[in-house]
Design a protein around this ligand. Structure first.
Ligand code: GLN
Length: 384
């Protein structure tokens, strides 16, 4: 079919996401797919059975707009136990169709044309298009290998009276780094006395290594009072295809959020919410995720030892960056595509997460995979 009129694209720079592009290429070439971030192992049968029971019990009509109350109560209780912050399940939380919808909704509910938003790059790909759709302007803080550290005096220089929002993400996709307490305190100081709203993308909150604490905004009352905390069950329970997450914030922010949410999705999949509410009653279900991925990270980095790639072990997320500057001068996208075609292993080039021409020679590999898959992948990596 063909549209004969003229279209002035609202997102002229945007094509198909790098995750879809690389997954498609991996399938075409029957490559091991460590590109798009999703587990290749099954979810807990108990969770499937809990959701199934809810469907059979007849919970197949609309959930309340803000989400199932039982699930909201469980999430709020978890935040209080783990991070010490009290959220009201009535007013301070909404269940969303994944973390991406929560982020899109918060951005579109709050931003206006001409507003500025501080974004740290490399950045997950959904932030910037959402900002641009509102007519606001992203302002970039570029972070680089090896440790993606933040120079807070640089951030300070970018903040002015147009700054409406700051988007943060720890544990961080794609670098696998985490924020420290010092980073959180610097952010607290920077935003003190302003109307700046923070979106804190914490979808990898339970995927963090070596006993490090997760620096949630909800550990810092002053930050929590200006933040949307975004979480995701797809990440925590290996069910990325379920597309279910949440946003938590003070009620004044959630009120504006819900004005948009109700016209984007209205409400999210009811039986899955009810099943998750039951499943969350056992804290081990989310606490055990940390040890599972610690083991996978350790197995993967051990298995690639001796390769020509260099790396710092991921501190969080299920992504490992590998530096290929000892191997080739190719652009990361060309190298990633060539490895998929010729060596049958797919990864994500880090340039997909930067706005400017990226100079770093980094590929991102997802290790949320069965041990067998990881060992096969590592053998290929050692031979590159
Ligand atoms: N979050 C996943 C990743 O970083 C991808 C999700 C998607 O394909 N949009 O790989």
């Amino acid at each position: 079919m063909q549209f004969k009129g003229t279209i002035s694209s609202k997102l002229p720079q945007v094509g198909t996401t790098i995750f879809s592009v690389m997954s498609k290429l991996a399938n075409e070439h029957q490559a091991i797919n460590l590109s798009q971030g999703f587990p290749d192992f099954p979810i807990d049968p108990e969770l499937i059975s809990l959701v199934n029971q809810q469907m059979k019990a007849g919970f197949n009509q609309y959930a309340p707009m803000q989400g199932d109350m039982g699930l909201r109560e469980q999430i709020v209780a978890k935040a209080q136990t783990l991070y010490g912050q009290v959220y009201d399940p009535d007013t301070d939380i909404t269940i969303t169709a994944g973390g991406t919808q929560a982020i899109f909704t918060a951005i579109t509910a709050l931003l206006r044309e001409g507003d500025e938003v501080v974004v740290f790059t490399p950045a997950y790909d959904c932030y910037i298009p959402a900002i641009e759709l509102t007519g606001a302007n992203p302002v970039y803080v570029e972070l680089h290998a090896p440790n993606y550290a933040i120079d807070w005096s640089e951030v300070q220089k970018l903040v002015n009276h147009h700054t409406r929002m700051i988007i943060i993400n720890t544990p961080h996709n794609p670098s696998g780094t985490i924020w420290s307490e010092e980073d959180m305190l610097a952010l607290e100081k920077l935003t003190r006395g302003t109307d700046i709203v923070i979106i804190s993308d914490e979808v990898y909150q339970h995927i963090i290594y070596d006993g490090q604490p997760h620096q949630s905004v909800s550990r810092y009352p002053e930050l929590a009072e200006r933040s949307f905390l975004v979480g995701s069950f797809g990440k925590t329970f290996h069910a990325t295809g379920w597309k279910i997450g949440y946003a938590m914030a003070p009620k004044e922010l959630m009120k504006e959020f819900n004005k948009v949410h109700q016209f984007v999705t209205f409400a999210v999949n009811n039986p899955i919410q009810k099943g998750l509410a039951e499943y969350l009653k056992t804290p081990d279900h989310y606490l055990e995720v940390t040890a599972l991925f610690q083991r996978k990270r350790d197995l993967f980095i051990e298995a690639i030892t001796g390769s020509r790639f260099t790396f710092s072990p991921a501190q969080g997320t299920y992504f490992q960056l590998l530096d290929f500057s000892n191997i080739t001068d190719e652009k990361d996208i060309d190298f990633a595509k060539r490895l998929t075609r010729e060596k049958k292993i797919a990864s994500i080039p880090i340039s997909g997460f930067y706005q400017n021409e990226n100079q770093d020679s980094m590929l991102r590999f997802c290790f949320a995979k069965q041990d067998d898959t990881l060992l096969k992948a590592a053998e290929i990596i050692r031979g590159i």
